[in-house]
Design a protein around this ligand. Structure first.
Ligand SMILES: NC(=O)c1ccc[n+]([C@@H]2O[C@H](COP(=O)([O-])OP(=O)(O)OC[C@H]3O[C@@H](n4cnc5c(N)ncnc54)[C@H](OP(=O)(O)O)[C@@H]3O)[C@@H](O)[C@H]2O)c1
Length: 309
C-alpha cells in the first residue's frame, strides 16, 4: 500500500457498476464522488431522492461523461430494501462493488418498520438483506467486492449480548447499540468472505472504517446530549476529527485498490483514528466464527432473506 494512498492511486473504474448506500452526505458522498470521478457506473442508494438528484447534478459537473443514477433505499424498511434489489436487478446485469455505508449513531431507542431496534435494523440488517438479495449479481460478477463500513466502536460491541436481548427488552444503551451494530456489520463481512471462499466464488468482502471523520453523524447526536461531559466530549471530537474526504479514503481503498484483500480491515494509519489508509486490526471478538454463524442464522431468520450460495 502506498504510504499516502489517495484518489490519485485509485485505478480507473470504467465498466464497473458500483452501489454506495447513504451517498447523499458524509463518507458515502465522498466515496460516491471518488467513483464518479473515476468513471464508474454509479448508483446512489439514498433515502432522500431530491438530495440524490442534486448530488448527481454535482457529479455531472465533475465528470460530464459519467453514468449516474439515484435509487430509493430506506434501510429502516425491508420492503424498500426488497424493492431496491428487484429494481436494480431488472436494470443491471452485474454488481462490482457494494459499499454498505449508510448509518446512524447513538440515536434514542426506536424501531424500524419491521420492528428491529434502529441501529441493528439500519446499520446491519438492512445491509445484510440488501447484500443477500443482490447475491445473484455479486456471484456472477468477476472480482466483486462487498464493503462493510464499520467503526472503532465495534470494539465495544458484543454479539452474544445482542443475541441474548435482540429486541432490547431488558436494557437499551444507545452507544452500546451502535457498537453492537458495527461489530455485526464487520462480522458479517468476514463471514461473507469465508462463505465466498468455501463456495469457490471470486467475490470478496472486507471491512473498512474512516477513523474519526467530521460528518453529520456526530452532529445528529448533539441535540440529544444533555450530559455536560458528553457535550464537552463531542466538542473535543469535533476538534480532533479529520476531514470527511480523508475519512473516505480507506473505504475507497477497500473498494477499489487492486491489492486490497477480502477478510481484511482497512482503516487509518495513526492510532486507528487519523491519517491515510492502512491495514488495521479489528477486535478479537470480530473474528469469532461460531458467533458469526449464530448471528448469520439469526439475521436470515428475522429478515427472511436467505443467501443462495
Ligand atoms: N464519521 C465517523 O467518524 C465515522 C466513524 C466510524 C464509522 N463511521 C460510519 O460511516 C458511515 C457513514 O457515516 P457518516 O459519518 O458519513 O455519517 P452521515 O454524514 O450522517 O451520513 C450517513 C448517511 O446514511 C444515510 N442514512 C441514515 N439512515 C438511513 C436510512 N434509514 N436509510 C438510508 N440511508 C440512511 C444518511 O442519509 P441522509 O443523507 O438522507 O441523511 C447519510 O447519507 C456510517 O455507517 C458510520 O457508522 C463513521
Amino acid at each position: 500500500m502506498a504510504d499516502h494512498w489517495t484518489l490519485e492511486n485509485m485505478p480507473d473504474q470504467t465498466g464497473k457498476v458500483v452501489i454506495v448506500t447513504g451517498a447523499t452526505h458524509g463518507l458515502g458522498y465522498e466515496v460516491a464522488k471518488g467513483f464518479a470521478a473515476k468513471n464508474a457506473t454509479l448508483i446512489l442508494a439514498v433515502r432522500n431522492m431530491t438530495l440524490g438528484q442534486e448530488r448527481i447534478a454535482e457529479f455531472c459537473q465533475i465528470n460530464p461523461n459519467g453514468r449516474f443514477e439515484v435509487m430509493s433505499l430506506q434501510l429502516d424498511d425491508l420492503t424498500s430494501v426488497r424493492q431496491f434489489a428487484e429494481e436494480f436487478q431488472r436494470k443491471y446485469q452485474r454488481l462490482d462493488i457494494l459499499v454498505n455505508n449508510a448509518g446512524i449513531m447513538a440515536v434514542p431507542f426506536g424501531k424500524t418498520k419491521d420492528g428491529f431496534e434502529m441501529h441493528i435494523g439500519v446499520n446491519y440488517l438492512g445491509h445484510f438483506a440488501l447484500t443477500g438479495l443482490l447475491l445473484p449479481l455479486i456471484k456472477q460478477t468477476p472480482g466483486a467486492r462487498v464493503i462493510a463500513v464499520a467503526s472503532e466502536a465495534e470494539k465495544y460491541g458484543n454479539i452474544e449480548s445482542l443475541l441474548a436481548d435482540f429486541d432490547y427488552e431488558k436494557r437499551y444503551e444507545r452507544w452500546m447499540a451502535y457498537g453492537h451494530s458495527k461489530l455485526a456489520q464487520l462480522m458479517f463481512a468476514y463471514e461473507l468472505n469465508r462463505r465466498f471462499q468455501q463456495h469457490g466464488y471470486q467475490a470478496q468482502a472486507m471491512g473498512a472504517h474512516p477513523g474519526f471523520a467530521r460528518t453529520n453523524l456526530r452532529v445528529s447526536v448533539m441535540p440529544t446530549e444533555r450530559n455536560l461531559f458528553h457535550r464537552y466530549l463531542n466538542a473535543f471530537f469535533e476538534l480532533i476529527s479529520q476531514r470527511q474526504e480523508l475519512g473516505a479514503l480507506p473505504l475507497l481503498y477497500a473498494a477499489a485498490a487492486p491489492e486490497a484483500q477480502g477478510g481484511e480491515y482497512y482503516g487509518v494509519s495513526r492510532f486507528q483514528m487519523w491519517g491515510y489508509p492502512a491495514k488495521n486490526r479489528s477486535s478479537r471478538r470480530s473474528h469469532d466464527e461460531q458467533v458469526a454463524k449464530r448471528l448469520w442464522e439469526k439475521s436470515e431468520a428475522v429478515t427472511g432473506v436467505r443467501f443462495a450460495f
